[in-house]
Design a protein around this ligand. Structure first.
Ligand code: NAD
Ligand code: DAU
Length: 409
């Protein structure tokens, strides 16, 4: 195969997004960013001028320029979408490919702000579809894969564990098989503090460190822990350059309405019951989603291969206090709060010790809870167009099944 034939598919693929603007004769390098794209060759300088005239495949041209191709799986969900926004803003030359099969939790409208960005591509496929994943690697030659794709809701895992095994475990191994087959600079697994199980309420001195043994409670956390073990096994057995982050509870824009904070905001806005599981004394360590995104950004660029990094902001709150705070912020009566039958196997307390990521990578959370929760509540007030279509569809059936028969306690 000649060099010319070698780069043709990439050239065509890239051109299909912009051919109307400049015609078919632009060189591959010029499609990479607006500066090169709009500059005549003589103004590009020696380095760019050389590349401009070369016939390197586009992905190699991008590598020469040190631009990254990053596959973000699950990018139509809550944290993945926030991560895509963060990355496209901070690294405008990098190309982000979002791989998401759009389950009930994936929402294409979330990605509307970046759909027209020439350095963004959305691909509707499942991480459990090996052929589709391999095809994408052949097309995109990713440098980094960040795996957010997962079934993420504990309550759903209690009702139906099967899909959690398939997506969270098998999907992860398929992605890593692709990384082994095609080569990768970094595979990053977005994991959770739930893999450590829970801590007792009467031992506020205890925290999860990276050395805390895996000790899961729910089918969800067990599937995430299994995936973590596979990630570490692929590192040790095959030398795959992996990293893992285990973060505490996130909150912020685009959080799916089934989760505690958005559920309580939306129910309160409708003057509906606020279903607190049990006494509401369970403690979670809440982190604003942007702080999580910055942590992952740091880990994939500067974190050590083969390492686990805990991410959390020392912001422990009882569920009942969060719900009360939401009522107060929205001017709603506390009488909306209903204590209902507890979640089966309900973890009592999560609390992350983030010393490692702080000392090694300088990460610290930037958003205090009182600011983050105000921003989040305001976001839901301003974005009814985002959540209204979600809660008026299939979500109604989910809500009825999950809460309809839950007795008040
Ligand atoms: P989410 O449920 O909001 O989004 C999950 C996304 O993954 C959706 O867009 C969905 O369509 C997609 N997806 C599901 N199955 C897929 C498949 N087979 N192929 C491709 N895409 C698929 O989840 P989230 O809250 O954004 O969590 C993202 C990741 O972060 C998960 O791995 C979760 O375990 C982890 N995590 C979440 C939190 C949190 O507080 N939300 C905290 C720590 C870690
Ligand atoms: O700790 C990280 C984890 O945080 C992530 O790995 C999960 O993907 C994410 O969903 C989240 O899990 P939780 O189970 O902690 O989040 P959830 O929002 O479902 O519940 C938070 C707490 O609120 C928990 O103690 C259960 C309680 N709760 C939840 C709901 C939905 C209620 O009391 N009532 C509710 O209706």
């Amino acid at each position: 195969m000649s060099m010319q034939q070698g780069w043709e598919p990439h050239r065509l693929r890239m051109q299909s997004r912009i051919v109307g603007a400049q015609g078919a004769e632009q060189s591959a390098a010029s499609f990479l960013d607006p500066v090169l794209y709009n500059s005549p060759p003589h103004r590009l300088g020696r380095k760019h001028g050389n590349i401009f005239q070369s016939y390197l495949p586009l992905h190699l041209t991008r590598k020469v320029l040190l631009f990254m191709n990053i596959i973000v799986t699950g990018g139509a969900g809550f944290i993945g979408s926030n991560f895509i926004f963060h990355m496209l803003k901070k690294y405008p030359q990098d190309r982000i490919i979002c791989l998401d099969c759009l389950t009930y939790a994936g929402n294409l409208s979330t990605l509307a702000p970046v759909m027209d960005n020439p350095n963004f591509r959305f691909v509707k496929e499942s991480i459990t579809d090996r052929d589709a994943v391999y095809r994408l690697f052949e097309e995109e030659h990713p440098d980094i894969v960040v795996n957010f794709a997962a079934e993420s809701h504990v309550d759903r895992s209690i009702v139906n564990p099967d899909i959690f095994l398939e997506t969270n475990i098998h999907g992860t191994t398929i992605l890593m098989d692709a990384c082994r087959k095609y080569g990768i600079k970094r595979y990053h697994q977005v994991s959770t503090d739930e893999v450590y199980g829970d801590l007792p309420l009467d031992r506020p001195d205890l925290f999860f460190t990276e050395e805390t043994p895996i000790h899961t409670s729910s089918p969800y956390s067990s599937s995430k822990a299994s995936a973590d073990l596979f990630v570490l096994a692929y590192h040790r057995t095959y030398g795959l350059p992996v990293s893992i982050s285990r973060c505490s509870n996130n909150y912020g824009p685009y959080h799916f309405p089934e989760k505690l904070i958005p559920l309580m905001i939306i129910n309160a806005l409708h003057d509906e019951a606020l279903p607190v599981y049990g006494a509401g004394e369970n403690v979670r360590d809440w982190l604003y989603v942007e702080d999580h995104c910055r942590a992952i950004d740091l880990i994939i660029h500067e974190g050590r291969v083969g390492e686990v990094y805990n991410v959390g902001g020392h912001n422990e709150m009882r569920n009942i206090d969060i719900v009360t705070m939401i009522c107060d912020a929205l001017g709603k009566p506390h009488s909306l709060i209903k204590h209902v039958e507890d979640r089966k196997g309900h973890d009592m307390r999560y609390a992350i010790d983030p010393t490692k990521i702080h000392e090694e990578l300088g990460w610290l959370p930037e958003t205090r809870f009182k600011d983050g929760i105000a921003l989040t509540i305001q976001w839901y007030l301003d974005h009814e167009d985002w959540w209204q279509p979600i809660i008026s569809g299939e979500y109604q059936n989910y809500y009825q099944n999950m809460y309809g028969s839950r007795k008040e306690v």
